[in-house]
Design a protein around this ligand. Structure first.
Ligand code: HEM
Length: 290
């Protein structure tokens, strides 16, 4: 297998090198903070939280590579998808090691907690899925399994994303703002794929459709937040709605999703306008000077 900063032909790739460095940064920051005793009163708990969050973030970023390639026409991004997926797995492994360290590496206790507590069983399922995806991510494995079987297997990444968000929700106590944002991002990623399958990539990636998608997902996120608090807490639906609509409360999850969705549509729009300008300018540019 080539070094992470080399492409398939063995040449240095700046994109892969930069991605590799970026993927290491959170790990180095967590390890550094631990070494300097800057992780608070319960450092191992903090490590569990940080590594869990980064595992989920990288998992969602790996799922965002295909939409990003299609929307911004950046085919080269495919070169970093595998690396980001493997990083999600690596952070999840450190997450589990942190969990075991918190139980003084008493493996019987670790195993029994995983079996007895639903949210841990779900986390373990996600970890096993990520392990299977990482183990079959090499070119040799793609050849061995055959393109179709490999693709079907790697669709498990969607299930991993879904259940990782569920695990995040279930371990959250009162404040579910972050899991709701992550859940909204996951729904956006899946909804874009459904749209691209149904109406074609070009249509799904058009700025207007992206803007409509951003609005729809923001609305879904707001309704999801209302439903969550209504079902699992005593907070009234109307209070959650008011919190969403009152700017004094800052940016709620729906607001974050709206900004992200419209931001993507805006960048796609700018790119579309630039392509049109270039296409219109091309003939005049190729005319010889009089
Ligand atoms: C055997 C596997 C796993 C175990 C035992 C485990 C265990 C835990 C524990 C104990 C917590 C903290 C709960 C608390 O403080 O009350 C947690 C939180 C979390 N886990 Fe896992 N987990 C596993 C797998 C995963 C995987 C595969 C992912 C993501 C891909 C993940 C993402 C998260 C996230 C995002 C949090 C919340 C962090 C925060 O609140 O800041 N976990 N997990």
């Amino acid at each position: 297998m080539p070094a992470p900063w080399r492409d398939r032909s063995g040449r240095f790739s700046a994109l892969k090198a930069a991605t590799f460095a970026a993927l290491l940064i959170p790990g180095i920051a967590i390890a550094g903070a631990y070494a300097l005793d800057e992780l608070g009163a319960r450092p191992i708990e903090e490590i569990i939280h940080e590594t869990g969050q980064w595992a989920l973030r990288f998992l969602l970023i790996s799922l965002a590579i295909t939409p990003a390639r299609q929307i911004f026409q950046l085919p080269k991004l495919v070169a970093i998808r595998r690396m980001i997926g493997v990083a999600a797995f690596a952070y999840a492994v450190f997450h589990l090691v942190g969990f075991a360290a918190d139980r003084m590496f008493d493996l019987w206790l670790v195993g029994s907690e995983i079996v007895l507590r639903y949210y841990l069983t779900i986390g373990a399922g996600v970890l096993l899925t990520l392990a299977a995806l990482a183990a079959t991510s090499t070119d040799a494995m793609v050849r061995r399994l055959g393109g179709k079987r490999w693709q079907s297997l790697h669709r498990l990444a969607y299930a991993a994303g879904l259940f990782a968000v569920v695990h995040f929700f279930m371990q959250s106590k009162l404040n579910v703002t972050e899991p709701i944002v992550m859940g909204g991002c996951f729904i956006w990623l899946m909804a874009f794929r459904v749209l691209a399958r149904r109406s074609g990539t070009q249509k799904a990636a058009s700025p207007l459709v992206l803007a409509a998608l951003g609005l729809a997902i923001a609305l879904t996120t707001m309704l999801g937040e209302v439903a969550y608090y209504g079902l699992f807490t005593r907070i009234k639906a109307i209070a959650v709605l008011q919190a969403n609509l009152d700017p004094v409360n800052g940016l709620r999850p729906a607001g974050v999703l709206l900004l992200v969705g419209l931001g993507i549509a805006l960048v796609a729009g700018a790119r579309w306008a630039w392509e049109r300008y270039r296409a219109a300018a091309a003939p005049s540019l190729s005319q010889p000077a009089q």
